[in-house]
Write a protein that binds this ligand. Structure first.
Ligand SMILES: [Zn+2]
Length: 329
């Protein structure tokens, strides 16, 4: 998916504002009623799992292949069926090895009339080679976790919002060509090509979101999601909100209170090029001090996908989004 990097860009944002509001009117005759929010819907992990499997069943979604084209159609039709305004952003992209591809970023908007937006992201392409594997390193893996899992979670959130219709403005960016990077990329920006393109050419001119949440490798058994360095540096308030919500829901085994350094992933370009604070929820194996054992190997298949992990991530993110309604009231 990407190499590790340390990111020393200067701070792009003013400190995040605290979203709590204070009523400064101390008059005892005024009663401020906070409208109560109905409970958030239950994230259905069976449904999310089926979305992951449906992508994997198409074959590796390597750019330029029939499986990639079929998967784009599948994702667009699903998002449209849940009532989201959905489009494909095309663009001409050259990869580090000199190949050219027609980019397909899939963008879906929920309640586009609401000005205040939240951006959800996951890459949907599969790396063209399982280059960390000792066997068949030039052939692609299934990309069940690296790609399909984040998309599966976002499809289920899209489905739930289509049913419950909460008053929140959300855009989903399923970005293409994230995983075609050069293993030893030294600042050459060979990863996250779809996101880099979108950051320069947003689907709406001047697009801005309050914040972004990126899901990457969010479905494996026993996954642990650390507070990733760039997220903590540029979106500390959102990190706190997400990890606190996970703790409240009993998911501290997944959303661990541990920090790691910054990594190169889509959120880097959302932060630095689109000026949107963004959090990366990404599986990190503390025992081996790296991405999990299946990363860019053929073992990244449906055997690693666990409904409990999908549920932990999906319910947490869904509830964070759901509670944005409180801020509007
Ligand atoms: Zn990858």
């Amino acid at each position: 998916m990407k190499k590790l990097s340390f990111f020393f860009a200067c701070c792009l944002f003013a400190s995040c504002s605290n979203n709590t509001t204070q009523d400064n009117n101390n008059s005892s005759t005024i009663v401020v009623k906070t409208p109560s929010l109905p409970a958030a819907p239950a994230f259905n992990s069976d449904s999310a799992y089926a979305f992951v499997k449906a992508q994997v069943d198409l074959g590796p979604r390597v750019p330029g292949t029939a499986a990639h084209a079929k998967c784009a159609d599948y994702l667009v039709s699903k998002l449209k069926s849940y009532g989201w305004d959905t489009q494909i952003q095309n663009g001409n992209i050259s990869t580090y090895d000199g190949k050219k591809f027609n980019l397909k970023n899939i963008i879906a908007s929920y309640k586009p009339e609401i000005a205040n937006r939240i951006l959800l992201m996951s890459h949907w392409d599969t790396r063209p080679f399982a280059d960390q594997d000792s066997i068949n390193p030039t052939k692609p893996a299934d990309g069940a976790d690296d790609g399909a899992s984040g998309v599966g979670v976002l499809l289920e959130i899209a489905r739930q919002f289509g049913i419950s219709k909460p008053d929140v403005g959300i855009d989903i960016l399923l970005d293409d060509l994230e995983d075609y990077g050069k293993e030893n990329d030294n600042g050459e920006n060979t990863w996250a090509l779809g996101t880099q393109y979108w950051a320069k050419n947003p689907h709406k001119p001047g697009y801005i979101a309050q914040y972004g949440i990126l899901l990457d490798m969010v479905g494996a058994t026993g996954a642990t999601f650390p507070r990733e360095g760039l997220s903590s540096e540029y979106a500390p308030y959102i990190v706190k909100t997400i990890w606190n919500k996970a703790a409240q829901l009993g998911y501290t085994n997944y959303f661990v209170q541990q920090d790691i350094h910054g990594i190169t992933d889509d959120h880097e370009y959302i932060i630095s090029n689109a000026n949107i604070p963004c959090v990366d929820i990404v599986n990190w194996d503390f025992k081996i001090g790296n991405f999990a054992f299946y990363h860019h190997r053929h073992s990244d298949n449906m055997n690693v996908i666990d409904k409990n992990t999908l549920k932990a991530v999906g319910q947490t993110v869904l509830e964070v989004l759901w509670e944005e309604q409180k801020k509007k009231s």
